[in-house]
Design a protein around this ligand. Sequence first.
Ligand code: FAD
Length: 306
Amino acid sequence: MIDALIGTAAAYGCRVERDLPMAELTSFRIGGPADKVITLPDIQAAAAINGICVDQNIPHLWIGKGSNLLVSDAGFRGVVLKLATGGVPVRTDETHVTCFAGVGLPTLSRFAQSQGLSGLEFACGIPGSVGGAVLMNAGAYGGCMADVLESVTVLRGDRAVEIPAGELAMGYRHTTLMQTGEPVVAATFRLAVGDPAAMDARITELLAARREKQPLEYPSAGSFFKRPEGHFAGALIENCGLKGRRVGGAEVSQKHAGFVINVGGATCADVQELAWQVRTVVRRETGVLLQPEVRLIGEEWKTVEE
Ligand SMILES: Cc1cc2nc3c(=O)[nH]c(=O)nc-3n(C[C@H](O)[C@H](O)[C@H](O)COP(=O)(O)OP(=O)(O)OC[C@H]3O[C@@H](n4cnc5c(N)ncnc54)[C@H](O)[C@@H]3O)c2cc1C
């Protein structure tokens, strides 16, 4: 079964790696080995491989740039599927841009700016792929993917199907794709004609704000918790005196309490324990139960008493 999959992957020009530590595929630099990692160069390859995995019930996990993932120290038993990061966005008319979902969000944001198309400036510093960002409805500084996404192309088995963004029920860090598990292979954005110099200035300003406020010098998965209604996770955590709290190599960032960082050799178990301590204390002190934004692979979050 797996041999047939690998044979097809080779025929489509995919890269296949065995026993690859997921730590090498995630911005957290955490995670045990994946049995196989297949990097897919284009939609045709992705469709063929997805079709086989779905038809034959082969355990598989789609990832993008791994910038919102915490992977178990035991790794992943099955096949990790990853779109290649190369590829160039294409402007298809006056206001539309389309691209392969493996493309990095900063690349897409910069492409739009260079074309004088506004709407994706908010995305310039989000280190994910277009596919991962669509799935998560990633957002920052008052913008999110839902504001500009026109349609996505997903895979149903080995078929590519285009879906209007309006059918994805996009909300705060939520889309229906999280339930369907359908991989995103391409996306089309509707942007507004704007002034490239003004957009460039906005991008520079947003990147500087990130450098100033976020612990970008350490591996992390970005904001660890979702924003609870009426609160900011970072402020709640800081007010509970948890800044700098450490378990093993995992630490609540001193610079931004909403980030859990890997200060060196952190394991998934360290992060699990730290996240549980933070959630437990914040729940007890403020009544708010923080929910992780980071996607945990291979295990469940430790339960916090309600
Ligand atoms: C320093 C830092 C700053 C960040 N800032 C922000 C921010 O401002 N705003 C924000 O929203 N996020 C932020 N993030 C989190 C992260 O970058 C986003 O969630 C991003 O959209 C994840 O994309 P990814 O390609 O890395 O997805 P991954 O982390 O690889 O995967 C995330 C989820 O998407 C799924 N997935 C990935 N690719 C596909 C695909 N092609 N089809 C279907 N499912 C797929 C995975 O299975 C997983 O469930 C930050 C992270 C870091 C490390």
